[in-house]
Design a protein around this ligand. Structure first.
Ligand SMILES: Nc1ncnc2c1ncn2[C@@H]1O[C@H](COP(=O)(O)OP(=O)(O)OP(=O)(O)O)[C@@H](O)[C@H]1O
Length: 240
């Protein structure tokens, strides 16, 4: 059996009386593209936060990355080991160009930044004639490309993406799908939180669903989405 690259074991996160993530466990195999679904507020982003310790670690439980416990390490150490993430909010530095933004990400990455900004912008197919534009002048999709490029500059083994399709048009979602496949084919393991279920279903090899902080279902995307408990969680949330 292939060893997991990432192993989340019984992790929980409490905020006062609220248990945002409740005793969640799952494993990720090297090279896998794991989808993470769940209604609003089900704990998806909090799960990413406590795995990367940006900005906080778990209240309980263990996270193991590439054979090493990481749940007590500083966030920059975790990133340096090869676990990169993006956030729901796009990259936007009003005074910086696209090139400068990726350059800053590479500089922040220090010795861990193994690729140049230009290489990565090429890789994410960022238009060459748009690279010196200020980030505020870019389209939503270009800002997503930049956000993903900034995470890839660290040459991560695992890339964690938090709702990259939000705000995109249908053609842009198709472009994002192609980009995710390209990143996956380059050997990077991907964890993808996404509300655009068409995209999630198309690219995920396996899917986990969170509901009220707990793991509700796990398996092949088609099977998981037909699970009555998953349908109920989504319809219940929509009806609320
Ligand atoms: N820093 C925080 N302090 C207090 N409560 C928080 C904090 N972060 C998240 N929560 C709460 O934890 C729960 C889970 O939130 P989280 O953002 O992880 O859900 P989500 O599944 O990512 O939601 P969405 O799909 O809307 O992004 C919510 O009830 C949220 O209000």
């Amino acid at each position: 059996m292939t060893r997991s690259i990432l192993s989340v074991h019984n992790v929980s996160k409490r905020f006062g009386g609220l248990t945002a993530v409740n005793n969640v466990s799952f494993d990720v195999k090297p090279g896998e593209l794991l989808g993470i679904a769940g209604p609003n507020g089900s704990g998806k982003s909090t799960l990413f936060n406590l795995m990367t310790r940006i900005p906080f670690g778990p209240s309980e439980g263990q996270v193991t990355f590439d054979g090493q416990r990481i749940d007590t390490l500083a966030p920059h150490k975790i990133a340096g080991l090869g676990l990169s993430r993006t956030f729901q909010k796009d990259v936007e530095f009003p005074d910086l160009s696209a090139s400068e933004t990726v350059h800053i990400a590479a500089t922040y990455g220090g010795r861990h930044a193994r690729k140049t900004g230009a290489d990565i912008l090429d890789f994410v197919d960022f238009a060459t004639d748009r690279r010196e534009m200020h980030t505020t002048e870019l389209s939503v999709y270009e800002r997503k490309q930049l956000m993903i490029a900034s995470a890839l500059v660290m040459d991560p083994k695992v890339l964690m993406l938090d709702e990259p399709a939000s705000g995109l048009t249908r053609p842009e979602i198709n472009a994002l799908e192609a980009l995710l496949r390209k990143i996956s084919q380059s050997g990077v393991t991907i964890l993808l939180i996404e509300h655009v279920l068409g995209l999630l279903m198309a690219v995920s090899e396996r899917l986990i669903v969170l509901n009220q902080g707990a793991l509700l279902a796990e398996g092949h995307p088609k099977d998981v989405m037909q699970d009555p408990a998953v349908i109920e969680a989504y319809l219940g949330a929509r009806a609320a």
